[in-house]
Design a protein around this ligand. Structure first.
Ligand code: 5GP
Length: 215
């Protein structure tokens, strides 16, 4: 298939899902990707070391500082930012390709990333922020997933407030009390955003065929 040919008659969405870590962002992302073949995940590059269980090219492209510098200089990112002492960036090529093909991309990026995408991609952007039901529940989830040592959890809890501070910059804000209910809300948002008239590029022809030429 020619990668430059649109596969369907609509514009693709760039769906940004942000939250403090532990609010369910990764789980909701995985569930959405499994349920919807029109959405694919943007895989960021990061200078952060790989965690146990993470896979190169699936979770992130793990790169060193000099490679990250090279990618910035070569203009390979649509956005990049410092997060938790490391650098994270969104590669440009898959974003451009998905938009050309009318497919959707899901971004697990922070508020700095969402802000940087706005000027160039605002018409395609759908921004969603997930809030935890309480800070106690956030901490409980961070402990339950067993991925991080105590000091890292304490650090993440400390930073959660800073991340949550940016909730009002997002179009949609969901309180994630229950994963399945939250997924349904995300899917409803995606469905409504796809249905917007301006995103349905094939409508003029469709309606012309439907009712024939008018005056
Ligand atoms: P983690 O290290 O836990 O995988 O991610 C830490 C934070 O970095 C998360 O809030 C995540 O959303 C954010 N992040 C991951 N990739 C990117 C990216 O490419 N750009 C930006 N701005 N943030 C990112």
């Amino acid at each position: 298939m020619d990668p430059d040919q649109p596969t369907r008659s609509r514009r693709g969405l760039l769906i940004v899902l942000s939250s403090p870590s532990g609010a369910g962002k990764s789980t909701i992302s995985r569930m959405l990707l499994d349920a919807d073949s029109e959405v694919s995940m943007s895989i960021s590059a990061t200078t952060r070391p790989k965690r146990p269980g993470e896979t190169e090219g699936v979770d992130y492209h793990f790169v060193d500082d000099s490679e990250f510098d090279r990618m910035i200089d070569a203009g390979e990112f649509v956005e990049w930012a410092h997060v938790f002492g490391y650098r994270y960036g969104t590669p440009k090529a898959p974003v451009k390709q998905a938009l050309r093909q009318g497919r959707d991309i899901l971004f697990d990026i922070d508020w700095q990333g969402a802000r940087q995408l706005e000027p160039d991609f605002g018409e395609h952007l759908v921004t969603i922020f997930l809030l935890p039901p309480s800070m106690e529940e956030l901490e409980r989830r961070l402990h339950t997933r067993g991925q991080d040592p105590e000091d890292v959890i304490a650090d993440r809890m400390h930073r959660a407030g800073d991340e949550i501070d940016h909730w009002a910059e997002y179009e949609y804000v969901l309180v994630n009390r229950d994963m399945d209910a939250c997924l349904e809300q995300v899917q409803a948002i995606v469905s409504a955003e796809r249905s917007k008239r301006v995103r349905q590029t094939g409508l003029v022809e469709f309606v012309r065929d439907l009712i024939g030429p008018r005056h």
